[in-house]
Design a protein around this ligand. Sequence first.
Ligand code: SAM
Length: 277
Amino acid sequence: MEQSLPPGLYIVATPIGNLGDMTSRAADTLCRVDYILAEDKRVTAKLLAHIGAKAPMMTYHDHSDERLRERILSDLATKAVALVSDAGTPLISDPGYKLVRAARQAGLSINTLPGPSAAIAALTLAGLPTDRFLFLGFLPAKAKARADAIAEIASFRASLVLYESGPRLGDTLSALAGGLGDRDAAVIREITKLHEECGSGTLSELASRYADAPPRGEIVIIVGPPPRPAPATSDDLDAALDEALGRLSPSRAAAEVAERIRLPRKHVYARAMERAG
Ligand code: SAM
């Protein structure tokens, strides 16, 4: 009999394809908890069989009813309870947030066991900047809501990470190209599985590649950040100043132009005085 764990919630990341990616701490924890909250018991049963864990399972989703959550919360005071999703890290486009929030509010013990997540794995494969990224999860399915969601983040200077399914991939890539411009991107499929694949190109190239041939399997899209605007030339500066000086004092014209074309205000003011004189 395994030694039991201190009571509390154990958030356990599981493999996204290759079972060898299960950490030994995750396997040990799933063997020792009192029970496991799973999204789909049939999926998790396969993982438990692989590691020899025998803990009972209960289905949990964030839309599970409030009484179930209350019951789990009262258990957490005396029992060790694991939360897993079908694959990857719980709470990342997966259930768990409401349970963690309630457990936090109740002052219960919460432990996380980090491990695979398709978003992070895809970023490591794409060959696009990783210093700043924005995780968008799944975009809305309806065209208008999807276009609005894309417009909301269009000027954000970061790589974008999106989850998508094969049948919707072509439409989503076209919508991204329309809303963001033809940025560099990558479509990464079946990470850590037999048919892992990373296709790179611009958004419109990828959209036409996948338009009539929706790929199978699980997919992450990574979109590179917007290109940096070319620095303003001295002709750009003079044209902007001449226009602004027709409306404003040299000082105000310099302030407006410096802000717009991102040049030091002192330099722009000196040039404004020359143009005004
Ligand atoms: N919580 C999970 C995680 O941490 O990766 C994500 C769950 S979300 C419901 C499922 C989506 O993740 C899939 O539709 C796909 O977009 C992405 N995904 C999961 N496994 C993947 C894999 N092996 N390769 C590519 N994408 C994957």
